[in-house]
Design a protein around this ligand. Structure first.
Ligand code: PLP
Length: 375
């Protein structure tokens, strides 16, 4: 019997970083600190309340959670948003899929600039859109000759930009984001409005701020430009700074028109009552979590400095990881570290490796192992 598999998936493999059981796991940019007993207690009590109502479908508009997210974003970035500008799903991975289901899809193009997050082409594939990628400069900043070329050539419906970028750690400067947004207004796909007439659209610019909380002082969030650009979407997640990768809660901020389009394509009740309750419990403990973020930022700067002192090149990082090089044989270094119980990520341009910021003890173990492997 031959199953009706899709020919375009024939060579594809499921995405996923290796999940190996080693003493020092610095490969997927998680928060290294286990939730505190207070945080566990708060989540457990919110989930217990939700459990008492599990015979009912959850609030499909997750109004209470959106209210808490708006309060959090106002605190974190100084931008006050209405809950009609917010959307959430099971991880920012699902948020991204919702965006593409609503605005990309068959016959349309999704664009990005590499190196960047390796999931982006997979999202495009999953909604049957064409994927187009331009190249970044050698320092991983955007190259505007290339941006112009890609946008004018492809008229993408959606442009995906991670800032801070993964795997490089580099943030997109504000003036450059404005430049992309202005170009996007000129270069969206044509929209068939009937009677053989077409209208020019603006491309959506999605700034993936999965790592925004780790940005250095003075680096703004793209949230600040939402009021100015109705074609801007900013995505965030509780997986990294919130230390809640296991929770699966991602969210986005955009114009209410964009959120309304997404409500059309989401599955009914996609966000379980348990997820909503657990996320609200974690958000209530955000003061404690922001202390951890401050610690991780300081440890990031220190690890970058230590790597430079050892002679390595380190990309400027506003995230909870750093990318370093240049390695003659990066696989051999990655394997040597693993043999010493330190798992990092072999990702990004050849000659570079990415290491997540762990506890100070884990960072020290990584540095020691690296010196042994490369001496
Ligand atoms: C980790 C990461 C995410 C987060 O994905 P979740 O589905 O929210 O866990 C999103 N974008 C980038 C670039 C990431 O590295």
């Amino acid at each position: 019997m031959i199953l009706p598999t899709r020919p375009e998936l024939a060579q594809e493999k499921p995405y996923g970083a290796p999940q190996l059981d080693v003493p020092v796991c610095l490969n997927v940019n998680e928060n290294p600190y286990d939730p505190s007993p207070e945080l566990v207690q708060q989540i457990a009590s919110e989930v217990a309340k939700a459990a008492a109502q599990l015979n009912r479908y959850p609030d499909r508009d997750f109004t209470a959670l959106r209210t808490d997210l708006a309060a959090y974003l106002a605190e974190e970035s100084g931008v006050q948003l209405d809950i009609t500008q917010l959307w959430a799903a099971n991880g920012s991975n699902e948020v991204m899929l919702h965006i593409l289901q609503a605005f990309a899809g068959p016959g349309r193009t999704v664009a990005s600039f590499l190196p960047s997050y390796s999931m982006y082409p997979e999202y495009a594939r999953d909604v049957h859109s064409t994927w187009v990628a331009g190249q970044r400069n050698a320092d991983f900043s955007l190259n505007f000759v290339e941006v112009q070329r890609v946008l004018a050539g492809a008229n993408p419906a959606v442009i995906l930009l991670a800032s801070p970028n993964n795997p490089t750690g580099t943030a997109l400067p504000f003036d450059q984001l404005r430049q992309v947004l202005e170009l996007a207004i000129q270069h969206g796909p044509q929209l068939d409005v009937g009677n053989g007439e077409v209208e020019k659209t603006a491309a959506l610019v999605v700034v993936d701020e999965a790592y925004a909380e780790f940005r250095r002082d003075g680096v703004p969030s793209a949230l600040e430009l939402l009021a100015e650009y109705p074609n801007l979407v900013v995505t965030r997640t509780m997986s990294k700074a919130f230390g809640a990768a296991g929770l699966r809660l991602g969210y986005m901020a955009a114009s209410p028109e964009i959120v309304d389009q997404i409500r059309i394509v989401r599955l009914p009740y996609h966000l379980s009552a348990v997820t909503q309750a657990a996320a609200r419990g974690a958000l209530a403990q955000r003061a404690e979590l922001s202390k951890q973020v401050a610690q991780i930022r300081a440890d990031r700067d220190q690890l970058a400095e230590s790597l430079r002192a050892l002679g390595w090149e380190v990309a400027e990082s506003d995230a909870n990881f750093v990318m370093f090089g240049h390695l003659e044989d990066r696989h051999q270094v990655w394997q040597g570290l693993l043999d010493r119980g330190v798992l990092i990520r072999e990702v990004g341009p050849d000659g570079w490796l990415r290491v997540s910021i762990g506890t100070p003890e884990e960072n020290a173990a990584f540095l020691t192992a690296l010196q042994e492997v490369t001496k």
